[in-house]
Design a protein around this ligand. Structure first.
Ligand SMILES: [Fe+2]
Ligand SMILES: [Fe+2]
Length: 207
């Protein structure tokens, strides 16, 4: 199966890739297709921002391992894995697929790559603590061409992501927050925190 993603590596990275791939192989084909599309986007973004391409692709391979898990099951698994359930998670359990996926990989699959697990954990909302890998995984997921309908600003987001990951993340979080507020939907506090963090950083840079 590895030929599909071109994930190669040595030692831990190869062992991790094998265990992640086993989970991906069990996912519905449409979700697998999304994962492989965004793997390629993450490679491109990674190359552009000085990140190891294989690592970017591995983060992407891992990001949606719990995306097909039903909401009720996510709510059942979260406390077992020590994932806190906030108000928004309770109402919109799909928000838990990143945290639950990361903890399944950590606790059940013995994956101990902290930055990679963080990237998976926060890939839906972003988080102030994200490093380059986390930002690449977050943005590549949104840059799936099949999401053009949901995110009409996708071409500008892609262009910005190639130039500056923080600016692109801020752009996405602002657009997505406005869209959710407009539709009368809940906004996850991690999204608000991540946006506040990036906005403050930008404003500080202007002073
Ligand atoms: Fe996801
Ligand atoms: Fe995804």
């Amino acid at each position: 199966m590895h030929q599909q993603t071109g994930i190669i590596g040595s030692g831990d990275m190869a062992a991790h890739a094998n265990r992640i791939q086993e989970r991906v192989d069990l996912l519905p084909s449409g979700l697998q297709a999304h994962i492989y599309r965004v793997c390629e986007i993450a490679r491109e973004l990674g190359r552009q921002h000085g990140l190891d391409e294989e690592r970017a692709a591995l983060g992407m391979l891992a990001h949606d391992v719990a995306r097909a898990t039903p909401g009720g099951e996510l709510l059942r698994l979260a406390p077992e894995l020590g994932v806190p359930i906030g108000l928004v998670d309770r109402r919109v359990p799909v928000m838990l697929h990143g945290p639950v996926g990361a903890e399944l990989l950590r606790q059940h699959d013995r994956i101990d790559d902290g930055p990679l697990l963080e990237a998976v954990y926060w890939h839906t909302t972003s988080h102030p603590s994200l490093d380059t890998l986390g930002k690449v995984v977050f943005l590549a997921d949104k840059l799936d061409p099949n999401k053009q309908g949901r995110y009409p600003y996708l071409p500008q987001l892609r262009e910005t992501a190639m130039e500056n990951l923080d600016r692109a993340t801020l752009m996405f979080l602002t657009q997505e927050t406005m869209a959710r507020v407009d539709r009368g939907e809940l906004v996850h506090p991690a999204m608000v925190e991540a946006r506040n963090h990036l906005l403050t950083k930008t404003l500080d840079g202007l002073e």
